[in-house]
Design a protein around this ligand. Structure first.
Ligand SMILES: O=C(O)CCC(=O)C(=O)O
Length: 285
């Protein structure tokens, strides 16, 4: 590996572990921007052992698309751009299988699942999945607005606490997605709404059937303008029941993600994405 590349690689690794421990619980009503997980949890050693550093392609950056599959627990730095490091943390079996089944069944029964309307590129359509939302502040994306809803079911509160104990992070909202079968999906998007603040950290838990979570690197501006995503790097992550996936840093700036439609049978899958939402009136960036 050439010396410049090696220097960059080391800087990324050091940056990766310079994260700080934060007790945010006392701060529940005043979330701070871009707080990094402290990894107080039992899985921290596994994370170290599976550390992965994204290798930039050597020749022309966009000469070939690269498809990578990530399946093991670990911390993955997937790109380094002027906007910063895009980092994923994957924890398989964060919740054990027996408990996952109970949680899945209870969420399926108890959450007030609704099919919402969305707008993309002037098309208004019914979302191909059901959702439910809890959070102190309203959350708007596309043409849709989730109003503030603070009556968290006990189960969601417990899951949030468990996440907070294991990550040292605080989340004040959760978007629940129900994919009823393999035809339900979420299309390419990034969670980059202003209400999420800069470099948001998003923690996603899966229950029910496995689906493939895909990330696609944003192309250079000229290609994006022409709608040419054909040579973008792709990362595929099978999300089984009990898996925790955390997206951090510049991931929402430099990558998009989706759950694609499947062409074979899939049972229901519930995904909980815990986030920090800032109040609309807060002008911080
Ligand atoms: O279902 C998933 O794993 C992804 C959900 C997602 O991308 C979102 O809610 O923004």
């Amino acid at each position: 590996m050439n010396p410049t590349k090696e220097k960059r690689r080391k800087a990324r690794i050091q940056g990766g572990w310079a994260s700080h421990s934060v007790n945010i619980k006392s701060d529940r009503d005043k979330p701070k921007a871009a707080v990094q997980p402290a990894w107080l949890g039992k899985n921290i050693d596994l994370c170290h052992s599976e550390k992965y550093v994204y290798e930039m392609p050597t020749e022309d950056l966009h000469s070939k698309a690269k498809v990578t599959t990530i399946e093991k627990t670990g911390v993955y730095d997937i790109s380094l751009e002027p906007s910063g490091v895009s980092r994923l943390r994957l924890f398989t079996n964060f919740i054990d299988q027996k408990e996952c089944q109970e949680i899945h069944d209870q969420l399926l029964q108890e959450l007030p699942w609704r099919q919402k309307t969305e707008q993309r590129n002037n098309d208004v359509y019914q979302q191909p999945r059901l959702t439910a939302w809890y959070g102190e502040h309203p959350y708007s994306y596309s043409v849709y607005k989730h109003e503030s809803n603070t009556k968290w079911p006990i189960l969601l509160e417990q899951l949030r606490e468990r996440l907070e104990e294991n990550t040292g992070m605080h989340f004040n909202s959760v978007l629940a997605n129900l994919y009823r079968d393999g035809h339900d999906l979420i299309p390419w998007h990034s969670d980059n709404e202003e209400a999420l603040g800069p470099s948001p950290t998003i923690a996603s838990l899966t229950f029910g059937d496995c689906r493939i979570f895909e990330l696609r690197k944003n192309p250079p501006a000229d290609k994006a303008k022409a709608g040419d995503y054909s040579l973008c790097d792709i990362i595929k992550i099978p999300l089984d029941a009990g898996t925790l996936l955390i997206m951090e840093g510049a991931t929402q700036d430099d990558w998009e993600h989706r759950i694609p439609r499947e062409y074979h049978d899939r049972g229901p899958r519930i995904n909980l994405t815990f986030r920090v939402i800032y109040p609309e009136e807060r002008k911080m960036f």
